[in-house]
Design a binder for this molecule. Structure first.
Ligand code: FEO
Length: 171
């Protein structure tokens, strides 16, 4: 049976990942109105990835005999000032999520829950990628800002992102 403190913290992280998906879907719908359909696609794929993060936590909790408790998901913002503002908000959000994962790792260590510590290493590595991807996006939109041709090309590039379901994740 899993430690109740860890169970509660993983449930909170499931909610945080669901919020991330909700936030990124909201960004996607905003970007459709700009219109930047490629960036909107990129954010939809990001939202799908966030859902798989929630499922990964959900599966782990079940495997450890814990109880998954789904709670209300906060409403995300619906408007941003510019595509660059969206990219910057993604980067800030991912930095926040990294902090949440680090707090979970700290808790697993404090509670001597080695299995959870080991499980969380996947998320530690994933956050390195997530932050790098978001920072790259910020750099790209900073370069393209105010240049319609560059913005068009960047949007076309972002349109090419496709969601790949993780092979190791049984849902
Ligand atoms: Fe689930 Fe983008 O971190």
């Amino acid at each position: 049976m899993i430690n109740p403190k860890i169970e509660q913290a993983i449930n909170a992280q499931i909610n945080a990942e669901m919020y991330s998906a909700y936030l990124y879907m909201s960004m996607s719908t905003y970007l459709d109105t700009v219109p930047l359909p490629g960036f909107a696609n990129w954010m939809r794929v990001q939202a799908q990835e966030e859902l798989t993060h929630a499922v990964r936590l959900h599966n782990y909790l079940r495997e450890r005999g814990g109880r998954v408790l789904l709670t209300a998901i906060e409403a995300p913002p619906t408007e941003w000032d510019s595509p660059l503002a969206v990219a910057e908000a993604v980067a800030a959000h991912e930095a926040k999520v990294t902090g949440l994962i680090n707090d979970l790792v700290d808790l697993a260590m404090a509670e001597k829950d080695h299995a959870t510590y080991n499980f969380l290493q996947w998320f530690v590595a994933e956050q390195v990628e997530e932050e790098a991807g978001a920072d790259e996006l910020v750099g790209q939109f900073k370069m393209a800002e105010g240049a319609r041709g560059a913005m068009f090309m960047l949007d076309k590039q972002l349109a090419g992102r496709a969601f790949t379901p993780p092979a190791d994740l049984a849902t």
